[in-house]
Design a protein. Structure first.
Length: 406
């Protein structure tokens, strides 16, 4: 079997570095085209030292997220000016135009990759959703196999939920434009990689042929996230990790705790961006907010928690759920979180209907009054995720690619 040459196109990060590294290990990787990747000796990274201190610190934190020491820089082709422009405009406008800027970045990235196809001529192009409609069109005309890397769910499942959690911020025109690109990507993809049963079923239910879809679950780094030891405490510790946005259901969780008014609760929120001033709507004594922590520092918070809660309106996977379970912490998630694939109701966690405040309150109350059971559920959670590693992800990805080219 001849080894394929694969180009991976992704304007953001997410799990792309794990995907790229897996392909590099198999000697399948031709090029990784992205918006930005930290190369300290290249522009614009050489000029970060001239930034004001508060911007320099943000730039350094950003760069830590856009690198992976095991990926050979030779394979990385970056086009950072659009990313830099987006970040700077967001800083100056307090994220007012973020959705439009992200759309612009993804659209222009797609145009760049489409032009590069004529020179690179790979066997396979893996394109990230919303940023590969034009490049897929060009690739198909050239006889290149196209694989859509779908990190979300089908847009017909997603859009009605966006109208709920975006509320007055929902932009019909922008959403329709994005959905048109998504449909082109579906139509011009030979295969679609999705990351959860939730995403898989959303595709099937909206007419995507079963033989076109491959489900490849994401993983966690079990060398970093490891189980806690039993420690008795009178405090009931709750943890939320994720962006502080309505999509994640954080306002529902805050409302639930505000209405329950349970004594001896320690609720920690770890995540950036307080859109719509969600946190300001609640008593500051109700929670502790930490904007950002590294994975290494996150571990102790996962281990300290009696219960991890992610009541999202929509999360195609939710890697934080895997991380929490790997630390021996049971989880409470909504039925629109893709990592419910890992949860066995009442044995390693709990699942409640998305957007259902009363169901969320009821389950929190149950866990609060049955705290002594949570440690054993956490041990079950730890054992449940042992096969959900990045090594397993790499293996599944490679096997799927080999099956496609055989």
């Amino acid at each position: 079997m001849k080894k394929p040459s694969i180009v991976v196109s992704n304007p953001i990060r997410l799990h792309s570095h794990h995907q790229v590294y897996a392909l590099q290990q198999k000697d399948f990787l031709q090029k990784f085209i992205c918006s930005s990747w930290h190369k300290p000796q290249q522009f614009p990274y050489t000029h970060f030292k001239y930034l004001p201190s508060f911007l320099f610190n943000k730039a350094e934190a950003f760069c830590k997220k856009r690198c992976h020491e095991k990926i050979d820089p030779h394979f990385v082709e970056q086009h950072p000016l659009r990313e830099v422009s987006r970040v700077l405009i967001n800083q100056l406008s307090n994220n007012r135009f973020n959705k439009h800027l992200v759309d612009w970045q993804q659209y222009t990235h797609d145009k760049i990759v489409a032009k590069r196809m004529k020179k690179l001529r790979p066997n396979i192009l893996i394109g990230y959703e919303i940023s590969c409609a034009k490049s897929f069109y060009v690739a198909k005309k050239m006889g290149i196999t196209t694989i859509l890397d779908l990190a979300n769910v089908h847009y017909k499942y997603c859009t009605p939920l966006e109208e709920i959690f975006d509320g007055n911020d929902f932009n019909t025109t922008l959403t329709q434009r994005i959905n048109q690109r998504k449909q082109i990507e579906y139509d011009h993809s030979d295969y679609i990689f999705c990351i959860s049963t939730l995403a898989y079923q959303s595709l099937i239910n909206n007419g995507i042929p079963k033989e076109k879809i491959h489900l490849i679950n994401l993983g966690a780094d079990l060398s970093i996230f490891h189980p806690k030891k039993y420690k008795k405490s009178k405090t009931f510790s709750l943890l939320f990790v994720g962006s502080v946005i309505k999509r994640k259901g954080i306002h529902l969780l805050l409302q639930a705790l505000s209405e329950l008014q349970l004594p001896n609760i320690d609720f920690t929120i770890i995540g950036a961006s307080d859109h719509n001033n969600i946190l300001r709507s609640y008593d500051r004594s109700l929670y502790t907010h930490i904007p950002f922590l590294s994975h290494k520092d996150l571990v102790k918070y996962y281990q300290k928690a009696d219960l991890f809660v992610l009541p999202s309106y929509l999360d195609s996977w939710g890697m934080v759920v895997t991380e929490a379970m790997a630390c021996g912490t049971p989880v409470l998630i909504s039925d629109n979180v893709g990592s419910k694939d890992l949860v066995i109701e009442g044995q390693n966690g709990f699942i409640v209907p998305s957007g259902d405040l009363q169901a969320l309150k009821k389950q929190i109350l149950y866990c609060y009054h049955n705290k002594e059971k949570l440690f054993s559920l956490g041990q079950n959670a730890y054992h449940s995720v042992q096969d959900f590693t990045w090594e397993k992800y790499a293996c599944n990805l490679s096997q799927t690619i080999e099956a496609i080219i055989s």
